[in-house]
Design a binder for this molecule. Structure first.
Ligand SMILES: Cc1cc2nc3c(=O)[nH]c(=O)nc-3n(C[C@H](O)[C@H](O)[C@H](O)COP(=O)(O)OP(=O)(O)OC[C@H]3O[C@@H](n4cnc5c(N)ncnc54)[C@H](O)[C@@H]3O)c2cc1C
Length: 467
């Protein structure tokens, strides 16, 4: 592919392409680059000389989206910087990997989140605190060509809500041979891979032994994401594979590998045990106290010396910080930014952080959507009530987490609910799961689409076309 370099980094930059089995992964510039002369004043014409403070939000996930929706637009010129131009409703992501739900039903475009919002599809790479500006880069698709651009943006107030990325924890072969389940693009890859496995296994040239390997699905990690993915895959096999690939169904196996002593360790013990029992009935094998040592093209080497063959491996074993965080000169804990009770970074009054990329000092919370959303809400409230005059300091709201409970879908219209009011499991929990997520989905469009997709999958089955 040809590469055009635009913007201030054009001069003399050479490119290195990192290619892996999944295709093109990343593109980086090697030598020193020229610096841009003038930082951009962010925003369209109505923002220019508005006199309002410039609020720049990094990210378009749970924390950022809450801020975008709650911020007082009369007070701030809001610019959102994120490589992803949509908000993703992550709890329903596993359902899209098998076609129970369609991809567009669980996303919301950032630009339509509210009026008078300026969005730029860039990743922040550096923060210059002294000059109150950020450096950003982007790779735009232009047919066969990729265009690299860099910009600088000024801010008065900055919110870092860049989330986290899937961690491989140094296990060899994960990046090359496993799929992550974090973004919508990951779910699309997994869905195509699953269908490819069934089409490949149905070839008359494939032996029974090979069929068994191709139709072996290995899921690494025993958290809610892995459990829900395994459950969704089971539903797909039990309802659709049985119908459309009946001769292949006996060859299917699903295995969940967890390094700890139990799956769903954040849930109440009885719920974790219920999940194990339910999976036994569904023929999903759970292997606890076992870690993955190495991933090969079609097998995993496990810590007990055994080999787990697979046709599709999904890795969801935890998070690791995004590259931006490593370059920031602030205090960190486990790679995450340490924030105070007002969610300020390093005691600064104009830099805040929320969500998976930060940790509140002396109050470590799990990296979940509800923590991220509540933190976003606190930041928006504090920013809305803050004064532009340094002599007036209005009281700030401390962040206090309110645990609202958590769900895990365990397949066959059954779910687990661990809440402050107690625990439930089975069909009733599934009804609560459906009801809760329907009320949480942001747009009316998706509130209408999601029940329609559920109905469509239930009545007509899932779509098995691969494209
Ligand atoms: C499959 C799945 C299911 C889940 N289910 C649940 C659930 O049921 N309940 C629950 O509470 N939690 C759940 N979670 C966890 C939850 O999604 C995360 O905790 C939550 O997304 C964290 O929100 P965030 O805003 O910190 O980050 P994210 O939502 O991850 O958003 C980060 C944003 O930052 C952007 N970004 C990254 N780098 C940069 C950069 N350099 N510059 C600018 N922008 C950048 C990204 O593009 C993204 O838009 C689930 C997660 C997954 C993956």
């Amino acid at each position: 592919a040809t590469v055009m370099l635009c913007g201030w980094r054009a001069a003399g930059a050479k490119l290195r392409w990192d290619v892996s089995v999944r295709g093109l992964r990343s593109m980086t510039t090697l030598p020193e680059q020229q610096q841009p002369q003038e930082p951009h004043r962010p925003g369209p014409s109505w923002m220019k000389n508005s006199g309002r403070e410039r609020l720049v939000v990094l990210g378009s996930g749970w924390a950022a989206y809450r801020i975008i929706r709650d911020i007082d637009i009369e007070k701030y010129d809001l610019t959102v910087v994120s490589p992803r131009n949509h908000f993703l409703f992550t709890p329903l992501l596993p359902s899209t990997t098998v076609g129970t739900l369609e991809f567009r039903g669980i996303i919301e475009p950032i630009r339509t989140a509210r009026s008078r919002l300026n969005y730029v599809q860039f990743s922040c790479t550096e923060i210059d605190e002294e000059k109150q500006q950020i450096f950003c880069e982007s790779f735009y698709d232009h047919g066969e060509t990729k265009i690299k651009e860099n910009i600088k943006l000024r801010y008065d107030k900055l919110v870092i809500a860049v989330g986290a990325q899937s961690g491989t924890f140094g296990v060899e072969g994960v990046e090359d041979h496993c799929y992550f389940l974090k973004q919508l693009s990951d779910a699309r890859l997994i869905r195509n891979r699953i269908l490819e496995c069934f089409e490949r296994a149905s070839s008359p040239r494939v032996s029974d032994e090979k069929k068994r390997q191709i139709l072996s699905f290995a899921v690494v990690g025993g958290g809610p994401t892995s459990i829900e993915f395994a459950a969704s895959l089971h539903d797909f096999c039990a309802k659709d594979v049985v119908k459309w690939y009946p001769e292949l169904y006996p060859f299917v196996s699903i295995t969940v590998v967890e390094a700890g002593p139990k799956v769903l360790s954040a849930f109440e013990d009885s719920l974790s045990q219920y999940c194990q029992k339910q999976y036994k009935k569904q023929n999903i094998e759970i292997r606890t106290n076992i870690s993955v040592k190495k991933v090969n093209e079609d097998s995993m080497e496990l810590s007990d010396g055994s080999i787990l063959p697979f046709g599709c491996g999904v890795w969801s074993a935890g998070n690791t910080p995004v590259p931006l965080l490593t370059s920031l000169p602030f205090e960190k804990q486990g790679g995450r930014l340490v924030v105070d009770e007002y969610l300020r970074v390093g005691g600064r009054t104009n830099i805040f952080s929320a969500g998976d990329c930060c940790v509140v000092k002396d109050n470590v919370l799990p990296p979940t959507a509800q923590v991220a959303e509540q933190q976003g809400k606190t930041i928006a409230k504090n920013l809305n009530s803050s004064s532009i005059s340094p002599s007036v300091v209005p009281p700030m709201r401390r962040f206090k987490f309110h645990y609202r409970g958590m769900f895990a879908y365990t397949g066959e219209f059954s779910a687990l609910l661990d809440s402050p009011f107690g625990t439930t499991k089975g069909f009733i929990s599934w009804l609560l799961y459906v009801g809760t997520y329907l009320t949480k989905l942001v747009s009316i469009r998706n509130k209408i689409m999601i029940p329609m997709y559920w109905f469509k999958s239930f009545v007509f089955g899932r779509d098995i076309s691969k494209f």
